[in-house]
Design a binder for this molecule. Structure first.
Ligand code: SF4
Length: 347
């Protein structure tokens, strides 16, 4: 398929000015061609900030002893999602640090309740777990697993103390896909010392994986991390990566991540212009949200209002079709069929 022949060059990832604008316009056109003017709307709830891992780029790493750790009550989150979710939300992403206890005590009962009481599509982002837990989560009703590979460079991955090894992480991604999960992955741009040539390794990695989506997260130096004091990711490179990902895989779901706003003024909207087609509203209860510190305490929280404003300011509208529903009809790494396309963009 010709649409799958694109692969970015080093210089494309470093573009700025008019040439960059042209790259982003091509990516926007590819997004519209595939998804129309609709973007998927997902809620995220962060239900535990305990983490057994020690990633250098994350404030929730186990060595951060100054963080108040919490596990939410599944009843509280269920109540929130069943009775108080914004009308535009079709899907929910349940997120934790790597905390198998929370998976058992909070995530599984929450999924069971949501499956019984709502038609929400259910994504999970819970880290590397056992095959048994993956299958319990799937049986409970989750269908999308988010597992980021973070860096496509095995040496850098190890230096950053990212979970396990890169090979192991990729093995889990493949295992999930083989077991009928829709898997979305992701990588970080602008890690200290990273060059555009290094960024290409992320594309090489993503290209080989059985994914339905991929995120691009700008590096934000977290206060309580070994990488504090390093510069924030280059915003141009970050958005160029979004566009390059869109051109490489026109049919993937690419989220606008809230950290875009920490990397650039109006970053969220720039992300939507660069090729993102999924927005996320943070519904984590405010009493615990402050302790879910991926970067720093003053996170840029994407509330319902901020998300919907950004979407409409870009001339876009929330998709009535949910993400999980869209995936159910979609071939892996394929171009959406006429039927899927119609489903995805219906009013
Ligand atoms: S990135 Fe995830 S696995 Fe790594 S320390 Fe943070 S919460 Fe834990």
């Amino acid at each position: 398929m010709s649409s799958h022949c694109y692969f970015p060059t080093e210089s494309e990832l470093a573009l700025s000015g008019a040439a960059q604008a042209a790259l982003h316009e091509r990516a926007t056109a590819a997004t519209r061609n595939q998804f129309g003017k609709k973007v998927f709307v997902r809620a995220v709830v962060e239900v535990s900030n305990f983490c057994r891992e020690n990633c250098h780029y994350c404030g929730m790493r186990r060595d951060n002893r100054n963080l108040a750790r919490f596990r939410a009550k599944h009843e509280q989150i269920a109540e929130l999602l069943i009775h108080h979710r914004p009308a535009s939300v079709t899907d929910v992403n349940i997120q934790t640090g790597e905390d198998p206890v929370a998976v058992r005590e909070v995530v599984l009962p929450l999924i069971e309740t949501l499956r019984r009481e709502t038609s929400l599509g259910i994504s999970v982002c819970l880290g590397t777990l056992s095959p048994e837990l993956y299958s319990e989560l799937q049986n409970a009703g989750a269908s999308i697993f988010i597992m980021k590979f973070e860096s496509g460079d095995a040496v850098q991955y190890e230096q950053l103390e990212a979970p396990g090894t890169l090979a192991e992480r990729l093995r889990h991604i493949r295992m999930l896909a083989e077991n009928n999960w829709n898997v979305s992955s992701g990588f970080i741009t602008g890690l200290p010392g990273q060059t555009p040539q290094d960024l290409l390794k992320n594309f090489e990695c993503a290209r080989e994986l059985p994914l339905h989506g991929c995120s691009v997260s700008p590096f934000i130096p977290g206060e309580a991390t070994p990488l504090a004091g390093n510069p924030t990711a280059n915003a141009d490179w970050t958005f160029n990566c979004v566009s390059a990902l869109r051109l490489m895989r026109p049919d993937w779901i690419i989220p606008a991540v809230s950290a875009f706003n920490l990397a650039a003024q109006d970053g969220y909207r720039r992300g939507l212009r660069a090729g993102a087609n999924l927005v996320t509203m943070n519904l984590t209860p405010t009493d615990v949200r402050g302790d879910y510190v991926i970067y720093k305490r003053d996170r840029f929280i994407m509330t319902e209002e901020r998300v919907l404003n950004a979407v409409s300011a870009e001339g876009l509208a929330p998709s009535k079709t949910g993400l999980a529903e869209f995936y159910r009809n979609k071939p892996l790494n394929g171009v959406a069929t006429e039927r899927n396309f119609a489903t995805a963009v219906q009013m």
